[in-house]
Design a protein around this ligand. Structure first.
Ligand SMILES: [Zn+2]
Length: 449
């Protein structure tokens, strides 16, 4: 096994920072979520590396102070352990699961966390590129796991390392072990995921749990953990679904229900990787009121009941944050993103949350060649108009028997499917991923009062 990893171990996966001048200035950022500080200073440029590699979305929150490990200063993050290499003035990623293997913990990892055991790959004599390609091929066994591996805010190989096991059937889930992460695709609903979801076991947290880190004092937070320490509960609502397509584009051919589901799933994946509890009102192409029940009690079953079902999902999940994700439709010349909130609804965070989403979109849309539609923020004081889907963030009305109780609610129209240029952006994975990341970061930056 050690031999099998040899071809890969010689290649240090390092992150070169653009500006050596950054070493001169001490900078730091305190993370009240976990109570740790990340800094650029005498012990290494951990903050620059953290930011350059995608921040919380990619690495999770810091989970230790800097400490000395095997002669180098290291710092644990939830998803990865970074090591400062002063001779190269770079940060390298520690191969957490290889270290656990070297510490003889494979059986314990298998028993307690259902982590597959590493296997030998026939990569003798191969170049690094060939060996890497051979290992990445493992992921082709399961498209959902493959997608999850590649859906990161940073370079997936740098972040997760390469697969060191095949995809293994662990009973209630499929799992693949990589050098720095384990991916698990659930076959059944479990408390933290639904059937079909792929979750990532966080390398930094597992190294802590298995006592693989030498300096216990470094695991004590250096500031008080923020109260409430609980992360906000998030409900994402991909608009439409099933018999309700939403807006459509003929060229490129796009259907709103599919575009917004893909974006919502990508947002959920980013948020879950950062440790958030996320519920989606739907995770496949279907209505939410799937049993066609008269949920608002008005005597018949129509689209209002499907909207009520979405609100009910949010209330059952005790959502702090609710975001409904749509694509727009209208005359062909209209373009851009828009965010809506309900000004007349109880709660004080709707506007603040909507502004965050708007700011995030206004930062990313120009890089894609799009912009904001109108002011980009619609203050919907009166929801008694034809925009039916806005009822999910609306007040109680005859059409809505139970209003949404999330303290921060917004509805985003990512772009216009009815505009060719906007639709072309939504047709690309680059466009969808950029929009999903912007939304995910805006949600993470929102702090409930
Ligand atoms: Zn829509």
């Amino acid at each position: 096994m050690i031999r099998a990893l040899g071809a890969l171990a010689v290649v240090a996966i390092a992150l070169t920072l653009a500006s050596p001048a950054a070493a001169q200035s001490a900078r730091w950022r305190v993370f009240p979520e976990t109570g740790f500080t990340v800094a650029d200073g005498a012990r290494g440029r951990f903050l620059s590396a953290f930011e350059a590699h995608g921040g919380v979305a990619a690495l999770g929150y810091p989970a230790s102070r800097p400490f000395v490990w095997e002669g180098f200063t290291a710092q644990v993050f939830q998803r990865a352990i970074l090591q400062w290499r002063p001779e190269r003035a770079e940060v390298a990623f520690v191969n957490v699961f290889d270290r656990l293997h070297a510490a003889g913990l494979d059986d314990e990892l298998h028993a307690r966390r259902q982590v597959p055991r590493p296997v030998a790959f026939a990569d003798a004599g191969l170049t690094w590129e060939e060996a890497a390609a051979l290992r990445l091929k493992v992921l082709d066994q399961d498209p959902a796991i493959r997608r999850a591996y590649h859906a990161t805010a940073g370079d997936p190989i740098a972040l997760h390392g390469l697969p060191v096991s095949p995809i293994v059937d662990m009973g209630n889930h499929l799992a693949v072990r990589c050098q720095r992460a384990v991916f698990q695709k659930w076959k059944v609903d479990v408390p933290w995921a639904r059937a079909g979801d792929v979750t990532v076991a966080l390398g930094g947290d597992i190294a802590k749990e298995f006592g693989a880190l030498p300096d216990l004092a470094a695991l004590q937070p250096d500031v008080a953990v923020a109260v409430p320490s609980r992360a906000p509960r998030i409900v994402l609502d991909p608009g439409h679904g099933g018999a309700e397509p939403g807006a459509v584009s003929a060229q490129p051919p796009l259907i709103e229900k599919e575009v917004v589901l893909a974006i919502s799933l990508a947002v959920a994946e980013e948020l879950r990787a950062a440790g958030y509890a996320v519920t989606l009102t739907r995770e496949s192409d279907r209505a939410v009121n799937i049993d066609r029940r008269d949920l608002n009690g008005d005597g018949w079953v129509d689209v209002d009941d499907d909207l009520q079902a979405r609100v009910d999902v949010a209330n059952e999940a005790a959502a702090d944050v609710f975001l409904s994700i749509h694509g727009n439709g209208g005359p062909p010349h209209l373009r851009g993103g828009a965010v809506y909130y309900c000004a007349s609804c109880p709660g004080t965070e709707h506007r603040q949350f909507s502004l965050r989403i708007r700011d995030a979109l206004s930062a990313v849309l120009p890089t894609l060649g799009a912009g904001l539609f109108g002011s980009g923020l619609f203050d919907e004081a009166d929801l008694g108009k034809p925009y039916g889907h806005l009822f999910v963030i609306g007040p109680k009305t005859p059409r809505v028997a139970r209003a949404n109780r999330a303290t921060a609610q917004a509805l985003v129209e990512v772009l216009f499917l009815s505009n060719r240029t906007d639709a072309a952006i939504l047709a690309t994975s680059t466009g969808r991923t950029a929009i999903a990341r912007a939304i995910s970061r805006a949600i993470q930056e929102h702090r409930p009062r």
